[in-house]
Ligand binder design. Structure first.
Ligand code: A2P
Length: 376
């Protein structure tokens, strides 16, 4: 498993090319209004990945290559610690540069995944330099001027950006891949959900921590920890992110808050328990949803079979259902265990898995960049 993991997380190949800059000018601090309308992105943009050495950053580089995104030039930015490190893109080695406020000159699209405080501090500099930011952090997600987008759900919202587009929380994006098509057909009122979140969602250091703890336990050594408040190996932690006064964590409220914005459904309610599990990659979510309209398993299955980016894996008699091992490194999410909820009227219960480094982060960000290219 650890060998596969190293390949997954570190086996990046990255390229080069030449791009020309477009002059989208934005001031920050005051509302700049939408970028010049109609806003047209050049066909071979100069792309930057901010946090290029991280678990998501590396997947962003791989996803740009895998989907043949028409990168004119790729710039890789990370902390001073990583300067000089080489990552490969399309067979060419690219040297990682230090993220500074001046690093965005000539860059058209910047995919940020270096944490909320980096996005807060550096995204305005990128926008000021004429760059469109696709931000994977939570920092801008609730800003009314910042579209929050899952392209399969609300791609049209990309057009209303003011220089920054937010990528949703990973658990939210994965859950909505099944919930939104059901909402369109049956009108979701509320959900009760529990997540089973992989350690790679926390970042590269958490992957190392799980691997290290497994080794320590197997060798009978004392367990050391740095990232999580408790041992994660052979354990589950009912805490993802910090606690709010309500007793929920910040992560738990993202499904309701971000779900409302993405689905354009202000009345949507979600009661969620987020749990970190000793899984390297791919999140799972158990969801019980209540709908306005009557629903059946057959009608739900028909809807889900047609949903983009989603596989239906649901053959309980053969023990076939989605599992994180199967959805790792896959673009599509998978839904199964579809059944009538026995405790709610018009209720459906299901289980969904998805690679949170891909649909929950890098893939969704690159899909948003693809939508930017379509703006006319
Ligand atoms: P670095 O590798 O140089 O620390 P992860 O989520 O896997 O922990 O990755 C976080 C990403 O964010 C890494 O690429 C990391 O770079 C980057 N990062 C963290 N702190 C900074 C910073 N102060 N400036 C620029 N990049 C940063």
């Amino acid at each position: 498993m650890s060998i596969i993991l190293r390949q997954n997380v570190r086996g990046v190949r990255a390229g080069d090319g030449t791009g020309r800059q477009i002059g989208a000018s934005l001031s920050t601090g005051t509302d700049p209004g939408p970028l010049s309308a109609p806003y047209v992105m050049k066909s071979s943009p100069h792309v930057a990945v901010v946090g290029a050495t991280g678990a998501v950053g590396i997947e962003m580089i791989r996803t740009l290559e895998r989907r043949n995104f028409p990168v004119g030039k790729l710039t890789l930015l990370a902390s001073a610690r990583s300067v000089g490190k080489k990552l490969t893109f399309r067979g060419t080695e690219i040297i990682v540069q230090e993220l500074t406020h001046d690093a965005f000159a000539g860059i058209d699209i910047a995919l940020f995944s270096a944490g909320g405080s980096i996005s807060r501090d550096y995204a305005p500099s990128a926008v000021k330099a004429g760059c469109v930011v696709v931000d994977n952090s939570s920092y801008f997600r609730q800003d009314p001027k910042v579209p929050l987008v899952v392209p399969e759900i609300n791609a049209a919202d990309v057009a209303s950006h003011h220089g920054i587009i937010a990528n949703p929380n990973c658990t939210t994006a994965i859950t909505l891949m099944a919930l939104y098509p059901l909402h369109k057909a049956f009108g979701v009122k509320r959900i009760f959900a529990s997540s089973y979140q992989a350690v790679s969602g926390t970042g590269a250091k958490a992957i190392e921590e799980l691997e290290k703890q497994v080794g320590q336990i197997v060798r009978g050594e004392p367990v050391t920890r740095e990232v999580y408040p408790h041992q994660i190996a052979f354990n589950v932690l009912p805490q993802v992110d910090s606690f709010l006064a309500s007793g929920y964590t910040k992560e738990e409220m993202k499904l309701e808050n971000e779900g409302r914005k993405i689905m354009h459904h202000p009345g949507f309610k979600a009661s969620v328990t987020c749990v970190r599990v000793p899984v390297y990659r791919s999140h799972s979510v158990a969801v019980s949803a209540e709908f306005e309209k009557p629903i059946t398993v057959e009608a739900a299955r028909t809807v889900l079979l047609q949903a983009p980016g989603l596989d239906v894996v649901d053959n309980p008699s053969a023990s076939e259902y989605p599992m994180p091992l199967h959805t790792s490194e896959k673009d599509n999410c998978a839904v199964g265990r579809i059944r009538m909820d026995c405790a709610m009227d018009n209720g459906l219960t299901f289980w969904i898995c998805g690679d949170q480094l891909l649909k929950g982060a890098a893939l969704n960000a690159v899909q948003i960049a693809e939508e930017l290219l379509k703006l006319k």
